[in-house]
Design a protein around this ligand. Structure first.
Ligand SMILES: *Cc1c(COP(=O)(O)O)cnc(C)c1O
Length: 411
């Protein structure tokens, strides 16, 4: 069939779409147990600052095998609390990858620190330890390593790079990677501080919410103070002592997570293992299907890593196609496949250009990847039909834009 007949079948050009309703790239799942857990707390004495917070922290710490878990109001607050706890301040540099949500870097800026972008590995898009080594200076205070898409960074390699370079802390932005592992070691135990988000697109949700896990009880205490205005005792402790005394010992914030949310979090945690298994099964189906569509290349998975597949990201082999990524993106959306792009490199954003003078050219690997990547729908309640729709739509769109001779014509 000539190329123009195939393109005419695309919904983008008036053809009928692969499915009639948009399939989103991510979606939460709330069941009756979740609703019942929330309802119980709504009828209880404590809506916030009550017993569910500690119960959720204990359940979360147990779920990832960590000594301590600190619950806060969202993942960004969790990153901020981590930067505070390790003492990031003005003049300090924090090394961070550009292929992430801006909050990973913003948190250092909140504390007056300077983000230093280190490029990513071209196969996995995880921060490249060799690039980290090249960016360390006497002012480096921390590394924020992002477990992009849901697989852990190579923390052993990062530690080797840091050995003998002073007191540099490793913070894992594990917002994508709850339920992932490095061999038998769960994400949540791999870095000094491990940060999670409980936003509805993530593995476990409380509406908004965040958690930091650590093996260090002193850091946990600092973060519990930070989330409560920098006050040393909380309401319940004061009530128990029948005292009005409290002291603000640091500049903290109101980053508390409510008991209502914590009850939802406990209920959601019970379903984590099942939802990760479903995400992995969907990833396997995608992988099998794309083996016969050479223009669609799933990202590499590190040996030893057990992926949690918050995102399923593919690279498009654009030189084999007669359309750019924007056209392919638009074509897939019109087929009602809710594709997305994660992420615009953080140093491209106007704030980072203006404040720090960053811009294109800083991290060539991430910048090249950004032109080629596409995030496909991935959430545990996707049906087999949904998965097949994604595969069919990609096959349809790639077929329509594939060069006739199969050779690379552009770039
Ligand atoms: C979701 C996310 C955050 C922020 O979490 P919120 O709960 O939305 O504040 C930070 N970093 C990464 C990599 C994320 O995906």
């Amino acid at each position: 069939m000539p190329e123009d007949l195939k393109t005419a079948q695309l919904a983008l050009y008036g053809g009928s779409p692969v499915r009639s309703e948009l399939l989103p790239y991510g979606r939460h799942h709330i069941d009756d147990d979740d609703v019942a857990a929330v309802t119980r707390v709504l009828r209880s004495d404590w809506l916030t600052g009550g017993p569910m917070v500690g119960e959720f922290e204990t359940a979360f710490a147990r779920a990832v095998g960590a000594a301590e878990a600190v619950a806060v109001s969202n993942g960004t607050a969790a990153l901020h609390a981590a930067m505070f706890a390790i003492g990031v301040g003005p003049g300090d540099e924090v090394i961070v990858p550009p292929m992430t949500f801006a909050a990973s870097a913003n948190a250092a800026v909140y504390q007056g620190g300077t983000p230093v972008f280190a490029d990513v590995d071209p196969g996995t898009l995880l921060i490249d330890p060799a690039q980290v080594a090249a960016k360390i200076t006497p002012r480096t205070k921390a590394i924020v390593a992002v477990d992009y898409a849901g697989q852990p960074c190579d923390y052993d390699a990062l530690r080797r790079v840091l050995a003998g370079r002073g007191e540099i802390k490793i913070v894992a932005d594990a917002c994508h990677a709850l339920g992932a592992r490095e061999r038998d070691r769960p994400v949540g135990t791999l870095a000094d501080l491990n940060v999670f988000s409980l936003h509805p697109v993530k593995h476990v949700t409380t509406g908004e919410g965040g958690v930091i896990t650590t093996e260090d009880p002193a850091l946990a205490t600092r973060m519990r103070m930070f989330r409560n205005h920098g006050i040393t005792v909380d309401d319940r402790q004061r009530g128990a002592k029948a005292s009005w005394i409290y002291e603000i010992v640091e500049l903290g914030y109101n980053y508390r997570l409510t008991d209502v949310q914590c009850a939802l979090g406990i209920s959601q945690l019970g379903k984590l293992a099942g939802s990760i298994a479903r995400r992995r099964a969907i990833a396997d189906e995608y992988g099998r299907a794309f083996a016969s569509i050479p223009e669609v290349r799933p990202l590499a998975v590190r040996p030893g890593a057990t992926h949690a597949y918050h995102l399923y990201v593919v690279r498009l082999d654009l030189p084999r196609l007669s359309a750019d990524r924007a056209t392919l993106f638009a074509a897939l959306r019109r087929e009602n496949i809710g594709v997305n792009v994660h992420y615009i490199p953080v140093h491209y954003h106007p704030f980072y250009r203006r404040r720090f003078g960053f811009g294109p050219g800083l991290c060539p690997v991430a910048e090249a990847a950004y032109e080629q990547i596409l995030t496909l729908p991935m959430f545990p309640t996707m049906t087999g039909r949904d998965v097949q729709d994604v595969v069919d739509a990609l096959a349809k769109v790639v077929e329509a834009f594939r060069h006739e001779d199969g050779a690379a014509r552009r770039r």
